[in-house]
Ligand binder design. Structure first.
Ligand SMILES: C[S@@+](CC[C@H](N)C(=O)[O-])C[C@H]1O[C@@H](n2cnc3c(N)ncnc32)[C@H](O)[C@@H]1O
Length: 279
C-alpha cells in the first residue's frame, strides 16, 4: 500500500491508514476524518495491491443497533455490499450493509466447532448469517443446531447459506427474538448454547440457561472484559445468575478474542452448568 500510494499521500497520512478487512472480494476500511479527501485514491490503491478485491467500502459509522449493522460507502470498484466469503471449508453469502459479519472471529468459530461432541443439540441465540452454526455443522457431528436471529435480512442469508453448504438436515434457521423463540419452542433442549453478542451477555444469560437441558450443559458466554481483571467479573456474574436458577457453574476455559477498546477485550468464557433442579 505504501508503494502504491507513494507521492499521493504524505508520510503522516500513510501512518494514519490502519488495518482493513477483506471479506470475499470486498475490502472494508475505516478511514479517519483526515483521510476522507483521499478516500478514492486509497480505494484504488487497495484494489491495485489486492487483485481479487472488486469493491472497497469505507465504514462511516460504528457497528450499532440491535441488528449490529454498520454504514458503508463505496469508495472504489463495483457499487455493491454483497459478497461471498470462504471460511473453514464453508461458503457464506452476506450483505455487509444489512447483516453483521466479521472474518476476525474465524479462529473462535472453529475452536467452538471442535468442542462439539457426537449427537449434541446446539442452540445459537444470535446466529447472524449462520456462520457459527454452519461451521459447527460442518466440523462436528452435532445432531441439531437451532440457529436464531432477529434480523430478517440476516435470516434470509442464513437460509441461503444453509442451502449452499448442504447442512439443512441439521441446522434449523429461526427468525425471531431469542428470548421469545426459546421460551415458546426451544426451552430445555440444548447440550450447548452460544451467545455471540457481548452487548446482550448479561440480559440473555437467563435465556441460555432456559435453553439448556434440565441436567445442564455448556454455555459459551461472550462478554467484554476490562483489565486488569479481564475474566473475573463475567464469571462472577454467571456464577451468581446461574445460582439463582439452581445451576452450579464450572469454568472450563476463558480467552481473549480481540481487543475492543483501551484495556478492554472481547472475551469468551466456556461454562459448564450442572443443575440441581427437579426435572
Ligand atoms: C454480533 S452479531 C453475531 C452474528 C454471528 N454470530 C457471527 O458471528 O457472524 C449478533 C446478531 O444478533 C442478532 N440479535 C440481536 N438481538 C437479538 C435478539 N434479541 N434475538 C435474536 N437475535 C438478535 C443481530 O441481528 C445480529 O445478527
Amino acid at each position: 500500500m505504501r508503494e502504491a500510494l507513494k507521492g499521493q499521500l504524505s508520510d503522516d497520512e500513510l501512518r494514519q491508514f490502519r488495518a482493513f478487512d477483506v471479506i470475499g472480494d470486498i475490502a472494508v476500511v475505516k478511514l479517519p476524518e483526515k483521510l476522507l479527501s483521499k478516500k478514492h485514491l486509497i480505494g484504488q490503491a487497495l484494489m491495485q495491491v489486492h487483485r481479487h478485491v472488486r469493491t472497497v467500502l469505507n465504514q462511516t459509522a460504528p457497528v450499532r443497533g440491535e441488528f449490529r449493522t454498520r454504514e458503508l460507502e463505496v469508495i472504489a470498484g463495483e457499487p455493491r455490499t454483497e459478497t461471498v466469503y470462504h471460511e473453514g471449508g464453508c461458503i457464506f453469502k452476506v450483505d455487509l450493509a444489512k447483516a453483521y459479519f466479521s472474518p476476525r472471529l474465524a479462529t473462535e468459530r472453529l475452536r467452538v466447532a471442535k468442542l462439539v461432541r457426537l449427537g449434541e443439540v446446539v442452540t445459537n441465540l444470535f446466529a447472524g448469517v449462520g456462520s457459527y452454526s454452519i461451521i459447527i455443522a460442518r466440523h462436528s457431528k452435532a445432531a441439531r443446531v437451532y440457529s436464531i436471529d432477529k434480523n430478517p435480512a440476516a435470516f434470509e442469508y442464513m437460509r441461503e447459506n444453509i442451502r449452499i453448504n448442504k447442512v439443512g438436515d441439521r441446522v434449523v434457521p429461526i427468525l425471531g427474538d431469542a428470548r421469545e423463540v426459546v421460551e415458546k419452542r426451544f426451552a430445555r433442549k440444548a447440550d450447548r448454547v452460544l451467545m455471540p453478542l457481548p452487548e446482550l451477555a448479561h440480559d440473555f444469560f437467563d435465556v441460555a440457561l432456559e435453553a439448556l437441558k434440565p441436567s445442564g450443559g455448556i454455555v459459551h458466554l461472550y462478554d467484554f472484559g476490562q483489565e486488569p481483571d479481564v475474566f473475573g467479573p463475567s464469571f462472577e456474574f454467571a456464577r451468581s445468575a446461574a445460582a439463582q436458577k439452581g445451576f452450579k457453574v464450572d469454568l472450563l476455559g476463558a480467552r481473549k478474542i480481540r481487543s475492543y477498546a483501551t484495556r478492554c477485550h472481547h472475551v469468551v468464557l466456556d461454562l459448564a452448568l450442572s443443575s440441581s433442579r427437579k426435572i
